[in-house]
Design a protein around this ligand. Sequence first.
Ligand SMILES: Nc1nc2c(c(=O)[nH]1)N[C@H]1C(S)=C(S)[C@@H](COP(=O)(O)O)O[C@H]1N2
Ligand SMILES: [Mo]
Length: 157
Amino acid sequence: MLRIDGEVELPQTFSFGDLAEIDASFQIADMSAIDATRKGGAVQLEGLLQRVSVLTTATYIGLHASTDDFHASIPLAAIREKSFLIYELDGKPLELSAGGPARFYIVDHAACHTEEIDECANVKFVDHIELTAGKGFDNRPEDDEEHAQLHRDEKIE
Ligand SMILES: Nc1nc2c(c(=O)[nH]1)N[C@H]1C(S)=C(S)[C@@H](COP(=O)(O)O)O[C@H]1N2
Ligand SMILES: [Mo]
């Protein structure tokens, strides 16, 4: 369900079970402990990156959702230690309606489209993470109008 490749030594596809098996030291049982507005179980990004063995050439991380063709590419170093992948709720895979099967979460993200690392980079329905040398594909909204349109579209879905 989640492919991680690009500038890594060991490209890999993770199932729900694979995510749950990542070392306990990287697991967050309940995201509300980190952000009161969030819920569900998560794994720290670092736990995933260690599994695939990120190469030093990787400078950006691409978060791809084929479900709705939404993509963000953000600087890896800046978010590496404060990012999570939320993948579980009540012992089950996170549902699509909650942004599942996996959704990205960055602590202290900026308001939408104010900076490269913003709330819009909290990509839902992530099925592919690609480490790249330099910035990769990104189609997040670039201005208020595009952003407002995106949220209107979301409500229609
Ligand atoms: N796949 C996907 N992820 C996405 C979006 C989207 O349209 N598609 N919108 C982004 C934007 S602009 C915001 S503000 C947040 C909204 O998350 P929420 O629906 O939980 O409020 O998700 C982000 N992640
Ligand atoms: Mo947003």
